[in-house]
Ligand binder design. Structure first.
Ligand code: SAM
Length: 223
């Protein structure tokens, strides 16, 4: 998979893409990242990418021509061009799975007061990571990149089961509570069933806990 990130702050991605699972995925040839500076597509010596909004209002808006030039120079016919915006469709695990099946993803990170609305014409998806406003789309893009790359075959140990049994996985529920050693910590015991080694009983317990937790915290996820 190829992932392009277009931003005015490319340095923000250096540490993030160079650590842990993401850097391992790059080394294993599962994903190729290109972080592109939007200012490289500016048409003046000062590398301007923003301007005052029509009809006034506070702050600056990102100009359409730099985004059109950047996207048109990088896109491939199969590319999904993802605009980060609070007005986008809410990002959920199903969307991560959909993106993970793509050959080429492009993330457009807005900044300042946002982006000229005409840029919506060249995107395939508009996505929000939640009902709150951040200063830029970089963290939104980073969250999506991370959740997509860990779904690529061979990136996580344990194969498809590693992600299918997680929260929002195959059954769409939250994952049951998990425990590791020691069996008793500060008077809190690991549930007996998990110590017994009976796989059928463990599966049954997990399923019940998962339904119970989801019903209490996210009832809308229980079908
Ligand atoms: N004026 C815009 C509004 O009210 O919707 C907010 C612009 S925000 C300060 C600047 C940029 O941050 C946006 O263009 C977008 O790229 C990104 N952004 C902020 N919050 C986001 C969210 N919840 N999800 C995705 N992107 C977000």
């Amino acid at each position: 998979m190829r992932i392009d990130i277009i931003t005015v702050f490319p340095e923000m991605f250096r540490g993030f893409l160079g650590e842990s699972i993401l850097s391992r995925a790059v080394r294993a040839g599962k994903v190729l990242f290109r972080v592109v500076d939007l200012r490289d597509f500016a048409r003046d010596l000062r590398r301007t990418v923003d301007d005052r909004p029509y009809s006034g209002g506070p702050g600056m808006l990102m100009k359409p021509e730099v985004w059109f030039d950047a996207v048109e120079s990088l896109r491939t016919p199969e590319a999904r061009v993802v605009l980060t915006t609070p007005a986008g469709e809410p990002y959920v695990q199903r969307k991560a799975e959909e993106f993970a099946a793509c050959e080429h993803l492009m993330f457009l990170c807005g900044h300042y007061e946002g982006i000229d609305a005409r840029v919506r014409e060249i995107v395939t998806d508009e996505v929000s990571i939640g009902d709150f406003v951040m200063t830029g789309g970089e963290i939104a893009a980073a969250a999506m990149v991370d959740s997509v790359v860990r779904l690529l075959p061979g990136v996580l140990g344990g194969g498809a089961a590693a992600t299918a049994n997680e929260s929002f996985g195959r059954d769409g529920l939250l994952e049951a509570p998990q425990y590791t050693r020691p069996p008793v910590f500060r008077g809190m015991s690991v549930p007996e069933v998990l110590l017994g080694g009976d796989h059928a009983k463990v599966e049954n317990w997990r399923r019940g806990e998962s339904i119970d937790l989801t019903s209490r915290r996210r009832p809308e996820l229980v079908k």
